[in-house]
Design a binder for this molecule. Sequence first.
Ligand code: S3P
Length: 466
Amino acid sequence: MSRIDLSASALSPDPATDQPPQAVPPAPVRGYAVAPGGTLVGEIRVPGDKSVSHRAIMLGALADGETQVTGFLEGADSLATLAAFRRMGVAIEGPARGELRIRGVGRDGLTAPAAPLDVGNAGTAMRLLCGLLAGQRFATTLVGDASLSRRPMRRVTEPLARMGADIETTAAGTAPLLIRPVPRLHGIDYAMPVASAQVKSCLLLAGLYADGETCVTEPAVTRDHTERMLATFGCAVRRDGARVCIEGGSRLTAAPVEVPADISSAAFFLVGASIAAGGAVTLPAVGVNPTRVGVLNILKAMGADIAVENPRQCGAEPVADLRVRSARLRGIEIPAEQVPLAIDEFPALFVAAACAEGETLLTGAEELRVKESDRIAVMAAGLGRLGVETEVLPDGIRIQGRGGAPLAGGSVDSHGDHRIAMAFAMAALRAEAPVLVQDCANVDTSFPGFATLAAAAGLGIEETPA
Ligand code: S3P
């Protein structure tokens, strides 16, 4: 299976065809060596929101007219989405310093790609594209890297099949996904068994191509970026409590998209500055969409000193400047309703829990087992290497905080999971010996430049060859 090439040359359009080659030498695998102690201070501008960046490409491509995007995340995941749409005939200028111009081809203007679309490590790209492509008049194959090829896809292919889609998975219900054209899709009224914004968004995008109305009911609140952006593009979805509906046949009209800084990337610095002696950091213009702020609520409940300043709108999304100072954290029982609102931030939150006074208990988070890695098992293993006692539960974890005692140093394996790599880099702020983090190349999927930014703020981090 081919891999995504992240080099600038591979991603810049071929002037003749406006198509990037999809060939793809593997990214160099590297680790982090992080010196113990240190602190985090100053203003840290984290890159654009990954979820919003994916959606900006998708909706911009399907819109009538030209969409200008600012603040786009130039990370491997969102660049994979960008490359996929170029291969389906969409002309996209950029990215240059987060700016893009997408010449929308309209709802029915995509063309068949010449080869399978490789979305690398990006679960959001694969699941949302699966819905969007189910209603096209051409066949597509979606492939991903080894991690994505292990992740469950039936959660999208089953409801899409109920809409009339024809999608083949492996026997295990995983990618590659072969999506064949069908005469028509029809709207369904679907109660999602798992709280997943990817499933919800997949079905809403398929619903654009379906007869009648497509409705999705979520068992708990999940991120609503798709709904907000659809409204910006003139296609308001109807929400009635936990149920959201889209009218088939709706058209999208190009509109500017401003991408806020990613709260999921800010999370590492929220935790790092909280646990570091003398930590004092400001993170400007971070997205504080109410469906994403679980990390703020949980850290505050643990005693973190976080101020949410200058709240304002950034296009359809609320943003604020986050100011965080070092604080003594205490372990808590994480409230069930915060789990989907913080689903990507648990690796960082587990490090906060490891440094807190007393026990932290997380339950109701079985979804963590099917992220880029099994985040419960992988975090428990790494915390163990750093001398932290944990008890792994089927749907969560119990973490005995070390309080005033330091973490041990040691070598931890991120298993190629970007968020686990960054979380353990932050753990060094409270360790008594260096922390070596293995297999960190995938940090580029969501946070290119992480090590440089963290080093500038005071973390003793160095990138190491494989
Ligand atoms: C995302 C939804 C979440 C999240 C992922 C991004 C999205 O996944 O973990 O990183 O952009 O819709 P689930 O839908 O699987 O919860």
